[in-house]
Write a protein that binds this ligand. Structure first.
Ligand SMILES: *[C@@H]1O[C@H](CO)[C@@H](O)[C@H](O)[C@H]1NC(C)=O
Length: 372
């Protein structure tokens, strides 16, 4: 009776394999990484050294921006070649920036790291010194988020980015799930638009853009993330990252949490405490990630203390920002180099990022992150 025994054995083996995989599924681990909005603008060798260092630490995710970068000293690095904006004029595309990002994506892929891509920076609509083509055309954020024409212009930008044909991978970015983990709607959509945030996005800008990205993605498993609605989360009048309209939007997968807190307990309030974003995300069926956080040199508690909140809760995090060069707190750091005091250099004693990433990778995740 070999046949039935063999079949029984096979069925048993399949059952055991299934049971094990569903067990591992429930015990997915957390992960971590960093933002570096100008990575694509760095010389190739510097990008390689940096990405290899991150990979050596076990970093799984890096957040990149579709942004122009000027030449000069930038956070401890030297930008040799300027990167022009995707749209110097709204609707006219120069794909140099996408081409450079594509080379960075190739490098990340070779090192087992995926990317979140932010297609635009909302701060360039509200800050005079960053006024870009959309700011020039629509003058202010209020008009940008409500005008039908502005929405159409922005959707065209999203289309130019998602349909961009990758020279390195020979397919459009929207199909690059092997290296692109998620597209943000924008970096910090609706930042500075307090009235619109308090009115729960009356123009449906968030879900409208999410729907556009979802439509472009088709069956691609790349996830759609908010990019940090309203900018940083802070107590008690600035808690917009999990705006109701975003939570209720089917086309959104990830609620990006951004915040800069002086103490670990301030983070605990938003992660596991009274205003737990994990609890609220779980209730709405959304993933929650700390997509931007940073520790200023003058904060009350340091990197090592604060990062424990995320790792203890099993919530993935991306630091703002681990920089390839010296950070501003290190001896010998260049002056006039655009520091914002949050940077941590790869070899800086300011924070033990390598150990924190290892702790993230060892932590059981609060939610199931497929495809990381
Ligand atoms: C996820 O986090 C929430 C909020 O802190 C908590 O209530 C829940 O028990 C956590 N679930 C897991 C599986 O860790």
């Amino acid at each position: 009776m070999r046949g039935p025994a063999l079949i029984f054995g096979l069925v048993l083996a399949l059952f055991v394999a299934y049971a094990q995989s569903s067990l591992t599924k429930r015990a997915d681990n957390s992960f971590a990484g960093t933002n570096l909005y100008f990575l694509h603008a760095l010389p190739k060798v510097e990008q390689e050294t940096y990405v290899q260092t991150l990979a050596g630490w076990g970093v799984k995710l890096v957040r990149l921006w579709v942004t122009n970068v000027d030449t000069g000293c930038l956070k401890g690095s030297t930008i040799v070649d300027a990167v022009p904006p995707l749209e110097a004029i709204v609707g006219t595309y120069d794909t140099t920036v996408l081409n450079k990002l594509d080379d960075t994506l190739k490098l990340l892929h070779e090192n087992g790291i995926k990317a979140i891509i932010s297609p635009h920076n909302a701060n360039s609509l509200t800050e005079a010194y960053l006024c870009d083509a959309y700011c020039n055309k629509y003058t202010d954020g209020t008009t940008f988020y409500s005008s039908t024409e502005a929405k159409a212009d922005y959707d065209n930008r999203l289309e130019a980015i998602l349909n961009y044909q990758s020279p390195n991978f020979n397919k459009p970015w929207k199909q690059l799930s092997e290296v692109i983990y998620s597209f943000n709607l924008q970096n910090e959509p609706l930042i500075g638009q307090i009235a619109k945030l308090q009115a729960n996005d009356p123009d449906d800008w968030l879900c409208g853009r999410a729907g556009k990205i979802r439509e472009l993605l088709g069956y691609s498993p790349i996830k759609v993330s908010t990019g940090g609605v309203g900018g940083s989360q802070y107590c008690c009048d600035h808690e917009f990252n999990l705006l109701e309209k975003a939570l209720q939007c089917d086309a959104l997968d990830i609620m990006s949490v951004h915040g800069y807190m002086s103490k670990a307990s301030d983070w605990a309030y938003f992660i596991t405490g009274d205003k737990s974003t994990l609890r609220d995300g779980n209730a709405a069926g959304k993933l929650v990630m700390v997509e931007e956080w940073g520790v200023s040199v003058d904060f009350e508690e340091d990197f090592d203390t604060q990062v424990q909140v995320f790792n203890d809760a099993g919530v993935p995090w991306l630091y703002w920002q681990v920089v390839p060069g010296l950070d501003g707190s290190q001896p010998g750091a260049p002056s006039s180099c655009g520091y914002d005091s949050f940077e941590i250099g790869v070899n800086s004693p300011k924070g033990d990022v390598a150990s924190a990433v290892a702790a993230a990778n060892a932590a059981i995740a609060n939610q199931t992150w497929s495809g990381i």
